[in-house]
Each structure stands twice: as C-alpha cells, then as structure tokens.
Design a protein around this ligand. Structure first.
Ligand code: SF4
Ligand code: SF4
Length: 420
C-alpha cells in the first residue's frame, strides 16, 4: 500500500527566497535536529548488524566510480543524519576521506550513530568500474547533445559557447553507459578498470574502512580467487565482506558456493550477498526495481545456499519496499537455518532479507538539492546552509524511512505530498 504524507513542519522552502536569512537558517537547523531526534535516529540501539538481522539495513551507494568529493561529503552527511547503516564508496583515498568528513560533520549536528564505511572493488571488467570520455573538439557544432541531457550524474557539462574544453567530467561519471548509444556520431568511448588488490589493502589498513564489497560476474572464480588472495590479510580487519553479483539464473547458487568456498577459510567477517538486479537503474522508474525483487525472492526460497545476509541493489528506488511487501520479503522473519549468517545462533529468528542498498535514486533525490545549493552558493558544506540541509534530509528520510519504518505520519508528517 502506498503511503502519502506531507511535511507540516515549518521548514522554509527554497523557492520562498529565504535561503540567505540567518534567522531562517537557525530555524532550519533546529528543525533538522528536531526531526532526527523525534525519529530516534540518534539512538545507538540498532547496530548495523542488528539492522541486517531485523531486515531494516539501509546502505547508501555513492557509486563505485563516482569521485566528486564535494557531493560525496554532502551526501554522506545527509544520509548519516537519515540513519543509514552503511555508506559504500569508491576505493579511493580522497573519496573515503570525504565520506568520513561527511559522517563527522553530521555527528556535529547531532550525535547520530556512525554508519560503516564500505569500499567497492572488482575482480574483472564490470559496468560499475568504467568511465566515459569524448573529445568535444570532435563533436559537430550542430549536435543537439543528447549525451548531456541523458546523463544522470551531470557529468557532461552544458556546451554554452559550443567550445567546451571538457567532454566528460571524469570524477562525476559513474559508468552507467546511457550516453554511449545515444550519441548520433559514435564519439563516446569507455575505459574500464580493475581496482588493484595491493592498493586496496593499503587503503583498508590506513583509512578506517569497515567493509568491502567485491563486484564479480560470478563466472570466473579464478579472478575472484586472485583478488581475494591479495585482500585476505587486510580483510581480517573488516567487519563485513559483501559480494555483489548479478542474477545468473540456474548457475547463481553454484557460483555463490564457489565464491563462498574461496572465502570460507576467513569467516571472521559477516558475509553479505548483494543481489544486483538491474545495475545503476534505480532513478529510471518504478519498474527498475522488479528484477532485484525477483532475484531476492528466488534466493530467499532456495535451500542450501551459502551463509550470509541477502541485500537488494540494482534498480532499487521508492517502489522497492512496496514490491518486497508484495512478495512477502519485507522484514519477514524465519527461524535461522544453518545456511544463514555465521555469527547468529542457529534457530533464532532472522529476516529473510537483510535490507536494501540505494544508489542512483538516493543520489538523485538529494543531489538535485545539492546542485541547487552549488549553483546558488558554489562548492559549499550543506550544513552551512540549513535550509538546504532540511530539505535534503526530508528527501533522504522519505527513502530511508520506508525501510527503517520511522514514524513519519504520527510524529512529523500528515496529508499528502511525497509518494512512498
Ligand atoms: S551518462 Fe553515464 S556513462 Fe555517460 S557520462 Fe554520464 S554517468 Fe558517465
Ligand atoms: S552526442 Fe556525441 S557528438 Fe553530440 S555532443 Fe555528445 S558526444 Fe558529442
């Protein structure tokens, strides 16, 4: 059932022209604090592991290739206040630092629980690990630039004077690939890359990283084995190892078993399987989430699958929870069989699905407020503009709250504005 609500709190809207008012800013910051407090987000009661067990784990995916540190910092701040359990980012030192900066800034607003910081790596070529590029000098001057309008990351800047020096802003491109087939002149090339195990290990050892996610096609175990052997030592420091894999139909389970057998000698981490339904498509529309839900339904029903929590990703958006409910997957608990997670007691109750990771959709709903902030105030820390922070937080809560089941309606919102 779709829930609807509108905010009755006195958060001034940006278009009301009060963005620069000090008084308005103070009121907005108070409102941010009140919202977070009233929803109990600052409570330390639910650890990320408890969230996985209860089926209300939420992960923000900044993007395995997204490296715009200003956006990443502000996104991390907003979603930390919204109560996510984990923030997943590129395995890059400056990006990890930006995530920590955002988390710390959020905790200065209110002492909310610290989400885990996860880095994403790959064992082979993978859609999430690529960058588009083109030379604007090669583009016909009368091109209507469909590449610019299709890019969900604003990675292709406007061509105001028809002499742009930049084709793709590398750090903003996250490899979705939508610009490639749409170019009528076939000018866009793609560079793929594989994260190096030694550099990743160094990052884990020195950068306060809690978790890692390994993206794999599941079709080449030797590549997974090679990467894992390079990470093994540093992985001992981690709280969680996630494996992100696509739906391979009938061979999915056997691939998971093979991957698990490679990792099994080091079971000190909690293991999580990220079910990547339709990669990088959550912002496209309601149907994008279907594949991930069907993937999860099949795996949740399978017997004898390798240990580890299940988590949805790939196409997840504001329709995901409704779809999970329809399939009996949302926070449905069952007695833990021997084939679930490592450290929980067999026979205890645990959610069939640990939770949901949100990427493109989460970035889109908060990103449009951050880009409005940027166009008005330049590269800014969002907490210095509380009216933007308040609005960004409401957007983040409208997504995170569907999984966390915050008591929106009774405490803060009534009526009908945002569709959940
Ligand atoms: S459309 Fe996708 S692949 Fe192309 S520049 Fe934008 S983010 Fe990169
Ligand atoms: S669509 Fe192709 S030719 Fe046109 S501006 Fe974009 S890259 Fe250049």
């Amino acid at each position: 059932m779709a829930l609807t609500f509108c905010c009755t709190a006195s958060v001034p809207l940006l278009h009301q022209g009060q963005a620069n008012s000090e008084l308005s800013g103070k009121k907005c910051l108070q409102e941010v604090k009140r919202l977070v407090k009233s929803l109990g987000i600052h409570s330390a009661a639910s650890s990320p592991v408890d969230s996985l067990r209860n089926g209300n784990w939420v992960k923000l995916i900044c993007g395995a290739s997204f490296e715009d540190v200003v956006d990443i910092r502000n996104l991390s701040l907003v979603y930390t206040l919204a109560g996510v359990d984990c923030i997943d980012c590129a395995a890059d030192e400056s990006v990890v630092s930006a995530v920590h900066e955002g988390i710390n800034a959020a905790r200065e607003v209110l002492p909310v629980r610290k989400p885990w910081v996860m880095i994403s790596v790959n064992d082979d070529e993978d859609l999430h690990f690529r960058k588009a590029e083109f030379d604007p000098q090669e583009c016909p001057h009368d091109c209507p630039r469909p590449c610019e309008s299709v890019c969900p990351a604003s990675a292709i800047p406007p061509w105001k004077d028809k002499s742009a020096e930049v084709g793709v802003i590398t750090e903003r491109c996250y490899g979705c690939g939508r610009c490639i087939p749409i170019c009528p002149y076939d000018k866009i090339r793609v560079t793929t890359y594989v994260r190096d195990a030694a550099t990743t290990s160094e990052l884990i050892l020195k950068n306060n990283v809690d978790a890692i996610e390994i993206h794999t096609s599941g079709r080449n175990a030797s590549r997974f084995r090679e990467l894992w052997s390079g990470l093994e030592e540093s992985a001992e420091r981690l709280k969680l190892v996630a494996v992100s894999l696509p739906d391979m139909g009938d061979s999915t389970l056997s691939s998971m078993e093979e991957i698990y057998s490679i990792m099994k000698p080091h079971p000190q981490c909690i293991n999580l399987w990220q079910l990547d339904g339709r990669p990088m498509s959550g912002d496209i529309g309601s149907g994008a989430t279907r594949k991930s839900i069907l993937f999860a339904a099949r795996l949740a029903a399978s017997r004898g699958r390798p240990k580890g929590f299940l988590q949805l990703a790939g196409g997840t958006n504001n329709h995901t929870v409704a779809g999970m409910k329809k399939h009996g997957l949302f926070q449905t608990k069952s007695f833990l069989a021997a084939s679930m997670n490592e450290d929980a007691e067999v026979g205890s109750l645990q959610a069939l699905i640990g939770g949901v990771a949100y990427g493109g959709y989460a970035r889109k709903i908060v990103g449009r407020i951050l880009s409005s902030l940027q166009s008005q105030h330049g590269l800014s820390c969002v907490e210095n503009h509380p009216e933007y922070l308040a609005e960004a937080l409401q957007q983040a809560l409208s997504l995170v709250g569907t999984v966390k089941c915050y008591d929106f309606i009774r405490s803060n919102f009534t009526g009908a504005h945002h569709e959940l």
